[in-house]
Each structure stands twice: as C-alpha cells, then as structure tokens.
Design a protein around this ligand. Structure first.
Ligand code: RET
Length: 278
C-alpha cells in the first residue's frame, strides 16, 4: 500500500495533484507530436531515436492518464475533505512505465552519440539489465513505504547500487564519445549527462518522501517531484537529443540538401545553381 491512501486532502491539496497529473500527460501528448513532426529534420541514422522518444511519450501518456483517473476515483469529497473511498491509489504503474522508458531513454543516447557495432550491443545489454534491476528492486521496496520496515530500506539501497552503475555507464558513454562529436555540439552532449543525472535523482527523492515528509503536503510534494522528473527526463531530454541530431545532420549537409530542393527552379538545376546540394 502507498502512503497516499493514509491521508485526507483539502481542496487545494487534492486539486494541485489532479492538475499536476493533467500537466504530465498533456506534456507527453505534446511531446509525441513534436517528436513525430521533427523526426525528418535529421539524418536517417538518428530517426530511430525520434521513434523511441515517441514510444516513451505514448507509454508515459497512458501511465499518467491511468494514475490521474485513479486519483479521481480513489478520493471522494465528504463535505469537508477528500477522503479515501472504495478504491486505493497506487504508484506501481509508474514502475511499470519505467521498465519500458528507462531502457529506451538510455538506448536513445547511444544512437545519438553515434555508438555502433559491438559497443552499441554491449551498451544496450548493460543499460537494459541495470535499468530493469534498478526499477524492479525499487518496485518491491515501495510496497513497504507505509511502515518503512527493513525491505523498504534494503530494496531501496539495492536499487541505488544499480542506479550508480547506470550513472557511471552514462558518464563513460558521454565523456568517451564527446570528442568524436563536432565541437559545436559538445556542450549539448555534456548537458545530456547532467540533465539525465539531475532529473533521474528526483525519483529516489520521491521514493524517500514518505520518510522525509509523512503528511498530505508530503504527498503533494511527491507527486510534483515525480511530474517534474517525468517531464525533464523524458520530454526535455528527448528534445535535447533531437536538437543534437538535427545540428549534427546540418553540419553533415543534410539540411542544406533538403532546403535546396525548394529553391530548385523549374526546368532543372545545375551544380552552380544549388551549391549546397550533396
Ligand atoms: C527507485 C527506488 C529507490 C532507489 C532508486 C530508484 C531510482 C529510480 C529511477 C527512476 C528513473 C525513472 C525514469 C523514468 C523515465 O521514464 C526505483 C525509485 C535509485 C532513477 C528516468
């Protein structure tokens, strides 16, 4: 059982959580349109990353919609406050969503950083294994968050070990490949590491929230934390990766080739007319 069911909420507390959930799934729907529309702005080798961003958006949209509807069904207005009714609220859906999104977000990074061959396959295996281990050990631990007995701390600690492994792998991937990238995009590539590290750290913060702030306000803070983490780790991260892909594609002449098509005069084109063509 999750701590959300232990409290009743005043009108503001209940509504803020409700609105924050709506913001969350609306951001995923908006992100979906963005990634589908901008996919063709980069070279074909980067398009799998946009497709994976779209996968993340769809799974997160559905998950946030489900928990939003569950929040509305679980708490009923009794005249003075929103109290728990016949149904219980749960954060478990989040973990199921992460088991799709965590591996996918990490694989996207390999694609945009141009990791290929054996290094790519090795990266995929390590990211998927460490990602799923982190998510599922945390999933077990969160069942014990109300009494915060030993399993809450033990599984949380085991999950943190896998998280640390992921951060080291991400650091190595980013800093091991950044020098191969064009100088112009290097600051953006380094920002990938920091954006990922900071936004992902919010999730263990939300896991620990019942131990830090065990109250209705703590629940509000936890759901805001989750939503900020979701929007930054999925949408903002995806936008940053696609911005890198578009820049690198342009530097390799992709944009120039495509733009020149619209300026080709009727009756043909010579190399002199369209020097940007490749
Ligand atoms: C848990 C359990 C407590 C310890 C740690 C955790 C880490 C969770 C993370 C989740 C990331 C999720 C993402 C989802 C995006 O779609 C499981 C809360 C360290 C880092 C990025």
């Amino acid at each position: 059982m999750n701590v959300e069911n232990e409290f009743s909420y005043n009108y503001f507390q209940y509504s803020i959580v409700d609105h924050v959930f709506t913001f969350g799934y609306a951001a995923m729907a908006a992100g979906l349109v963005y990634f589908l529309v901008t996919s063709s702005s980069s070279l074909p080798r980067y398009r799998l990353s946009s497709a994976l961003s779209a996968v993340v958006m769809v799974s997160a949209f559905l998950e946030l919609l489900v928990i939003s509807l569950q929040w509305q069904r679980s708490f009923v207005w009794d005249g003075t406050a929103f109290v728990v009714g016949d149904e219980l609220f749960g954060n478990g859906y989040r973990y199921m969503n992460w088991s799709i999104d965590v591996p996918v977000l990490l694989v996207q990074m390999l694609i945009v950083l141009g990791v290929t061959g054996v290094a790519f396959r090795r990266g995929v295996v390590l990211f998927v294994a460490a990602g799923l281990a982190m998510v599922y050990t945390g999933y077990v631990g969160q069942y014990y968050e109300v009494d915060r007995s030993a399993p809450f701390w033990v599984w949380g600690a085991v999950s943190t070990v896998f998280f640390a492994v992921i951060l080291v792998l991400v650091w190595r991937t980013v800093y091991g490949n950044v020098e191969r990238m064009p100088a112009e995009v290097r600051p953006m590539v380094k920002a990938v590491f920091w954006l990922l590290a900071i936004s992902w750290m919010l999730y263990p913060g939300a896991y620990l929230m019942p131990a830090i702030w065990d109250s209705a306000d703590g629940v509000v803070a936890r759901q805001i934390t989750y939503t900020v983490a979701d929007v930054t780790s999925k949408v903002v991260y995806g936008v940053l990766l696609s911005a890198i892909a578009v820049r690198v594609s342009k530097l390799e002449g992709f944009g120039a080739a495509r733009d020149s098509i619209s300026t080709i005069p009727r009756g043909g084109v010579t190399d002199v007319d369209a020097p940007g063509r490749v």
